[in-house]
Design a binder for this molecule. Sequence first.
Ligand SMILES: C[S@@+](CC[C@H](N)C(=O)[O-])C[C@H]1O[C@@H](n2cnc3c(N)ncnc32)[C@H](O)[C@@H]1O
Length: 309
Amino acid sequence: MTDQRPLKTYAAIVKSLALIIPLSSFQSAPQQGEHRSVAEMYNQNNLGAYCLFAGNFINFGFWEHPVQTGTISIDQRIESQKNLYRLVIKKLQVTEADKLLEVSCGLGVGSSLVMTEFNPKEIHGIDISQAQISRAKKINSEMLQKYPTRIFLNVGAAEAIPYCPESFEKIFSIEAAQHFENLERFVEEVNRVLKPGGSLAIATFFGTSNESHALLSTTIPTIRDGIDRARPIYEFEEILKRNGFTNIKTENIGKNVWHGFDQWVAQGDLSKSWTRNWYKCYQKGFIDYFLITADKPERSPFRDWILYD
Ligand SMILES: C[S@@+](CC[C@H](N)C(=O)[O-])C[C@H]1O[C@@H](n2cnc3c(N)ncnc32)[C@H](O)[C@@H]1O
C-alpha cells in the first residue's frame, strides 16, 4: 500500500470533514482507543440523511451503467441503492407465499420497496439501533398503515434474531454484515429462524485476504475504530459451510459498486475526504463487494434416525 500517512493526518481530515457535515460519529472516530458501538453510532446519527446516501437508503449502491462525476442526479443515486435491493431480492426468487426477514433494515425503505415491488406474504425488518427503527417507523408510516399485517419493523440484533425457529422462507441483509461483531453467531441465528429449504442472500463488502483489515485500517477511520470490519470473504463462506448451508455462491459485484459510489462522492463536498479511500482500497485489491447466496437444506427423513449398532 502506498498511502501510509499517519493516523494523525486522518484525524485532521476527519475533523475538518465534521465541519462540512455534522457527522459526529466521524468527529469522534479519530480519538485513539475510543470504541463506539455500532448501535450507538446509528442511534446518534441519521446517516440516511447525509449527502453520501440519499433517499433514506444507506448503501454504496449498485450502478448498472457507467457514470461520470458531475453528471449523477440525486434520483440516480437513490436508484443505485434501490438497485442493490432489487439485485438481492431477484436472487432469492421471492414469491407471494414467502415470509421474508431483512436483517439490518436501517431506515426501512428497502423493506418497503420489497413489499411494493415483489409482493411477499410478509416482510419483517429488524435493526440493532432503536433510533433507526423509530425513524424507520415514521418514514414508512404510510406503508405500515397500508400493510399492517404484512410489513413489520422491529429492534433486533443479527446475533440474537427475535423470532421463533423456522419462521422465514428467505432472509437477506444489505451492507450490514461488515458491522456484525460475530458472523458465526449471525449464521447460527439465520440457520435457526430459516425454514428447511429456505435461502439467505447477503450483499456487502469483505476483505480479499487476511491482511485486508490491517491494510484498510490505515486509511479508513471506521475500519480502524471497529465500526466496519474487512474480514476475508473466504471466512464467511467457511462459516456458512460449517453451519450446514449448501449451494453457496459468491458473486463479485465490485465493478458495479465502487466506481459509481466514488464518482458520486467526487462530485460532492466530500471529494477530498477519506471516503474516497474505499475506491482506492478496491483498486489496490484489498476489498471487494460481494453478493453471497446459500440454502438451508430440506429436512431429510434419514437425518433424525440413529445408526443401530
Ligand atoms: C449501512 S446501514 C444499511 C441499512 C440498509 N440495509 C440500507 O441499505 O439502507 C447498516 C445498518 O445495520 C445496522 N446494524 C449494524 N449492526 C447490526 C447488528 N449486529 N444487528 C442488526 N443490525 C445491525 C445499523 O444499525 C444500520 O442501520
